[in-house]
Design a protein around this ligand. Structure first.
Ligand code: WT7
Length: 658
């Protein structure tokens, strides 16, 4: 069993003190009756109608789940709906025009508020503008924007006209953008002139321009002017200004296009085992039902709430829990452009205080940073508006869990530790906050209607406490439908390992290892595939390695995760060069620059260790596990299987010289 997260099977998270949900919370919880687990079990898959009932359908669906063509499952078939209409129009009709939809907190203290009516106007105008550019239903529109309101506006405008969006995280490089646009055959791009990063104006358009140079297709582009005078830009051929376009279509409305429940709502690229990013396809009906349902049941959100998920919309967390989930429920969603420590380390708590945020959702890496900074920062503010806290993205160990519970939640807020993935679309493992006991370190049991099994290599369930592969044994509405243009890879990556197509028994392989306890609580240990989860970002070791080996003079490389003192995973690269003795500062620099240009700054190695050779098995396979143990100062296991065992000592002395 291989694991690359620093939370290996050899280093399990020590158990924390379990807690029951605080009584004050339970009294008002959206879900408080434990019978929900049995009800879902008895009426599966019809139980999922409760999720579908949170949406407005143009055409009622005929069938909850069609599994004839498993694992190409189809949910709510025959139904039609529009996601933008569900996230906006129906709330206007419900008399909530002046309710705040998006509360935007800008980097330099600037703020914007969009009521549902404002959002309606903006989305309609931009939908009209996109149509005018030629965008039709099923055309993939790529969106390459930072955390500004135009990002959700563009997503919803696409949804309104039935054009799937593919949002590319703004921090990714020109190459990464080009690869994704090319893979999706996308001929439309929405981007901006630039944005602020750590106080500096950062040029986004030049990255977009470079990406377009690498593409064969003509790309029609809309540019949002974020920085004005601070970063003047010129529009080229086939480029339009966002604000001009809005003005041109001022007051215009566009009828929402009724989409089949199974039509693609969006595409999101994520890292997999090989270098090519995977285009995860999400549906309209099942996805929206699942995110709305979990926003309500797991995050306990209600329309009157001010809810804040402090993630970036450029990843799945933001899609599901900044945009689609909260807006489908008609709540107020907070969107934050900046970083947690600017202008000071109390920035997030100042925003919670001023907006009276009810529900707050963030990642363990952020919580570990807050803990390190100290409780004086949250103590400066009144956080008593908070009712529930959430975490997502990686395991949270008991110490940061307790800190979050005590210093942010004031011991009055339950914490939901939500396990899910880009592929699952929405939360699949978590306690229900008004029901389940919280066990710090363990995410919780499978949600009602979800079935989890931790299995060995042969697919047999392991005993409680034993490490195994985390699988899902039944389909769920928010699940990915396929990989874009690659049904074969979809089957290969997620289904073939543990399924038995002969008997029709399909099991989804999550790529994580885990243990499960007697109560069904799952503790996630880490990834089995060549994926590093660094500060909640999913990166492919192969993608990074191929950027490293592209550098002149580099022979081979192996990338592993290393847990730093704080518990964050850092990227650690071992590199062998041609003409080993010459490896110097210039190669080191070139490696950093190449990774940044191939993927983005988030993938740059924290450390590079040069070595004459990489340790290999007799069959020539790089021993990554060993390299990972070296990086993490772990005791090394048996190295006798190595073809070149002497290299281990050399790597170690090279490391200690650094
Ligand atoms: C991987 C998915 C969808 C959330 C953002 C990341 C890890 C996610 C937890 C959790 C332990 C977690 C897993 C998973 N992960 N949530 N609560 N506890 N690990 O989405 O980029 O697709 O990454 O994040 O390893 O497979 P993603």
């Amino acid at each position: 069993m291989v694991d690359r997260n620093g939370w290996g099977a050899d280093r399990p998270i020590p158990a924390g003190t379990s807690r029951d949900p605080p009584a004050r919370f339970v009294e008002q919880a959206n879900v408080f009756d434990p019978a929900i687990y049995d009800e879902f079990e008895e009426r599966w898959p019809e139980c999922w109608e409760r999720a579908a009932a949170l949406l407005s359908w143009n055409e009622e669906y005929d069938t909850v789940l069609e599994d004839e063509d498993a694992p190409f499952y189809r949910w709510f078939t025959g139904g039609t709906l529009n996601a933008a209409e569900n996230c906006i129009d129906r709330h206007l009709e419900a008399g909530r025009k002046t309710h705040t939809a998006i509360r935007w907190e800008g980097k330099h203290g600037d703020r914007r508020t969009y009521t549902y009516r404002d959002l309606y106007v903006a989305v309609n105008e931009f939908a009209a503008a996109l149509r005018d550019l030629g965008v039709e239903a099923d055309d993939v529109v790529t969106i390459y924007l930072p955390m500004i309101p135009e990002l959700p506006i563009a997503m919803l405008a696409c949804a309104r006209i039935g054009a799937p969006h593919s949002v590319v995280f703004a921090g990714l490089s020109a190459d990464a953008l080009a690869t994704r646009m090319d893979a999706a055959g996308s001929e439309y791009l929405v981007t901006c002139d630039g944005y602020y990063r750590r106080g500096d104006a950062f040029n986004q358009k030049s990255k977009a321009d470079n990406a377009k140079l690498a593409l064969e297709a003509d790309v029609r582009t809309v540019v949002v002017d974020r920085l004005g005078e601070e970063l003047p830009h010129v529009l080229g051929e086939d480029e339009w200004d966002y604000h001009d376009r809005r003005e041109e279509f001022s007051g215009e409305t566009v009828d929402p296009v009724a989409r089949d429940a199974e039509d693609m709502l969006f595409l999101m690229y994520t890292s997999g085992t090989t270098g090519d990013p995977k285009g995860v396809v999400h549906s309209t009906g099942g996805y929206l039902a699942h995110v709305a349902w979990t926003t309500r049941t797991v995050l306990d959100v209600e329309p009157a709430d001010t809810y804040w998920c402090a993630a970036d919309i450029g990843w799945i967390t933001g899609h599901s829990y900044i945009v689609y989930g909260p807006l489908a429920l008609g709540t107020t969603t907070v969107m934050y452009e900046g970083t947690p420590d600017y202008p000071d380390r109390d920035r997030l708590w100042e925003i919670v205080d001023r907006n009276a945020v009810d529900v707050f959702y963030t990642a363990p890496t952020a919580i570990r940073a807050f803990m390190k900074w100290g409780e004086e920062y949250p103590e400066r503010h009144d956080l008593s508006s908070l009712r529930l806290l959430g975490t997502v993205g990686e395991p949270i160990s008991p110490r940061p869990w307790d800190w979050y519970y005590t210093h942010i939640g004031g011991e009055e807020c339950p914490i939901v530790d939500t396990w899910w993935q880009t592929e699952t679309g929405a939360v699949t493992i978590s306690t229900l906050p008004g029901i389940g006991e919280m066990k710090p370190g363990a995410a919780g049991p499978a949600l009602p209607g979800i079935d989890v099994s931790v299995v060995d290599e042969s697919g047999a369930p392991v005993d409680p406490g034993e490490t195994g592969y985390l699988t899902l044994t039944r389909p769920w509405p928010g699940m990915l439908r396929t990989l874009y243009d690659s049904d074969g890879r979809f089957l290969e990556e997620y289904w073939m390992q543990f399924s038995d197509p002969g008997t029709g028994e399909w099991r989804y392989a999550s790529g994580d290892t885990a243990t499960v306890d007697e109560d069904g609580y799952v503790t996630v240990l880490g990834r089995v595939d060549d994926v590093i989860n660094a500060a909640g970002r999913r990166l492919s070791t192969m993608e990074i390695e191929s950027a490293i080996t592209d550098v002149d003079g580099v022979a081979e490389s192996a990338v592993v995760g290393r847990a730093n003192d704080r518990g964050d995973t850092e990227i650690y690269a071992y590199v062998s060069t041609e003409g080993w003795s010459e490896a110097g500062a210039d190669v080191r620099e070139a490696i950093g620059a190449n990774v940044e240009s191939a993927i983005g700054p988030i993938a740059k190695p924290h450390e590079i260790v040069f070595t004459p050779e990489l340790p290999k098995t007799r069959s020539g396979k790089i021993m990554r596990r060993l390299l990972e143990d070296i990086a993490n100062d772990e005791e090394l296991g048996d190295t006798s299987a190595l073809r070149n065992p002497e290299i281990v000592g050399e790597i170690r002395s090279e490391r200690s010289n650094r």
